[in-house]
Design a protein around this ligand. Structure first.
Ligand SMILES: Cc1cc2nc3c(=O)[nH]c(=O)nc-3n(C[C@H](O)[C@H](O)[C@H](O)COP(=O)(O)OP(=O)(O)OC[C@H]3O[C@@H](n4cnc5c(N)ncnc54)[C@H](O)[C@@H]3O)c2cc1C
Ligand code: FES
Length: 279
């Protein structure tokens, strides 16, 4: 079985959206879950979060950033092309309850991950305050989507080219000082999730993060997504990807994310050579 791409959109520099025909996944998807995607039989299987789903159309939307060989190959696909494997929904859904006021903090491509979570939090009766951070204005996307499901939306750029200059942790700290925040959800690059968890720790506000270790099978069999939570070994693909940010062993996670750096560089080099043989 293959999975047909029914829509494609370039959302920002190096960030793409694909809507894929996958009725079985769409019928069960919940906020916070992910898929394992493989473009063709020579391709690597990679985890990508479910950014949206449409049960009636039977489709799943994914949003991804080009960072290496597999995401660059996915970016070359077009409407009518197919994915060889598209498995999901995987992982535990995000815990959605009426907490009171929830701060949803997202960095970079993770805006696509936080939108369905913010929407579900809002539907559960929470006041939702969202903070989205980007390196620069050219990378901003889905501002309207997040605004629609938030009571208040704060946007930061590292270089100050759009809205507030600085990192997401600055408005997050101000919010914690000025308001009663009952839960924080922080999703984005590992360093950003670590910084958000450090910020919320002194305020004692439970902070859930969505961990992104290297995943191979996505079903708890291979052990590659091993993380340490409160001293206990867990597998992010089946026990997560959401975990309590105050209990994560961040150093172990960051070390394990780097173990295939040489192989990743080599596969990028081979892909560039195939795409631009003159170099
Ligand atoms: C649960 C989960 C959900 C994710 N959701 C999204 C998403 O919605 N959008 C998005 O753009 N990215 C998402 N990612 C990250 C995405 O899987 C990686 O960017 C992708 O695998 C990179 O592959 P590559 O070949 O293009 O790059 P590579 O050059 O192979 O790797 C670049 C970096 O990506 C990470 N990475 C590489 N392979 C894997 C892998 N098999 N599993 C996890 N991380 C890997 C490593 O940190 C690596 O250093 C998610 C990761 C996880 C674990
Ligand atoms: S990806 Fe293999 S155990 Fe989680």
């Amino acid at each position: 079985m293959s999975y047909r791409i029914i829509a494609k959109k370039d959302l920002a520099q190096g960030i793409h959206l694909l809507r894929v025909e996958a009725p079985a996944i769409a019928s069960k998807a919940q906020a916070g879950q992910f898929t394992m995607v493989r473009g063709d039989e020579k391709g690597e299987r990679i985890p990508i979060t479910i950014a949206d789903w449409d049960k009636q159309e039977g489709s799943i939307t994914i949003v991804f950033m080009e960072v290496g060989a597999t995401t660059k190959k996915l970016a070359c696909l077009n409407v009518g092309d197919t994915l060889l494997n598209f498995v999901g929904p995987l992982g535990r859904p995000t815990e959605i309850k009426s907490f009171g006021t929830v701060a949803c903090v997202a960095g970079g491509f993770a805006i696509a991950t936080i939108v369905p979570i913010a929407r579900a939090m809002k539907q559960a009766g929470n006041r939702v305050i969202s903070i989205m951070g980007f390196r620069t204005k050219d990378l901003v996307f889905w501002e309207d989507r997040l605004k629609e499901v938030s009571d208040n939306l704060i946007i930061t750029t590292d270089d100050g080219s759009y809205k507030r200059k600085g990192l997401v942790t600055e408005p997050l700290e101000e919010l914690l000082e000025q308001d009663t925040i009952n839960r924080v959800i922080a999703i984005g690059p590992t360093i950003m999730m670590k910084a958000c968890s450090t910020t919320t720790m002194s305020f004692g506000v439970k902070t859930m993060v969505s961990l992104n270790p290297i995943m191979v099978d996505g079903t708890g069999m291979c052990g590659s997504c091993r993380v340490s939570i409160g001293g206990k070994t867990m597998f992010a693909c089946v026990d997560g990807p959401d975990f309590d940010g105050h209990a994560v062993d961040w150093d172990l996670l960051m070390n394990r994310q780097r173990i295939y750096l040489d192989e990743e560089r080599e596969s990028q080099r081979l892909l560039e050579k195939r795409l631009r043989p003159e170099f």
